[in-house]
Unconditional design. Structure first.
Length: 135
């Protein structure tokens, strides 16, 4: 079952089950990270992307500058922790996508965030050398 899954995702496996490097010119998967302030608008962005066929994983996260002052002996402080009573936190979205689809998804996120003006945050992508699992 695992080998069928890997083959479905464009990976090649040799006769003893070792995943082979991606041949040159073969499409690559990308991993998009998108970190957004947790607001009703960011939740609507997630609903919109889902309706458009995108699927991924979302985690509630918080910036280091909100965590460090609460740790024993923490001396880090930031202006945002002095201004905010309770941090809203972030939504961190991970999406595995075909390399050629990445620019379209990034542009859609720019549109939905108004270039990160209406929803504060950012995004970046990484190439995936290998991918296994049962998503």
């Amino acid at each position: 079952a695992c080998q069928r899954f890997l083959i479905r995702w464009g990976m090649e496996i040799n006769e003893i089950g070792v995943i082979l490097p991606r041949p040159k010119g073969k499409p690559m998967k990308k991993l998009l990270f998108c970190i957004l302030d947790s607001t009703p608008k960011s939740q609507e962005l997630l609903r919109t992307l889902s309706k458009e066929g995108y699927n991924g994983t979302v985690m509630n996260t918080v910036g280091m500058h909100h965590v460090l002052p609460k740790l024993n002996g923490g001396t880090a402080i930031s202006l945002s922790t002095m201004v905010e009573d309770e941090p809203r936190g972030n939504l961190t979205l991970f999406i595995i996508i075909e390399e050629e689809e990445m620019p379209k998804l990034q542009e859609r996120i720019r549109e939905l965030t108004n270039n990160f003006e209406d929803i504060k945050g950012g995004m970046f992508g990484l190439p995936l050398e290998s991918f296994e699992g049962t998503f």
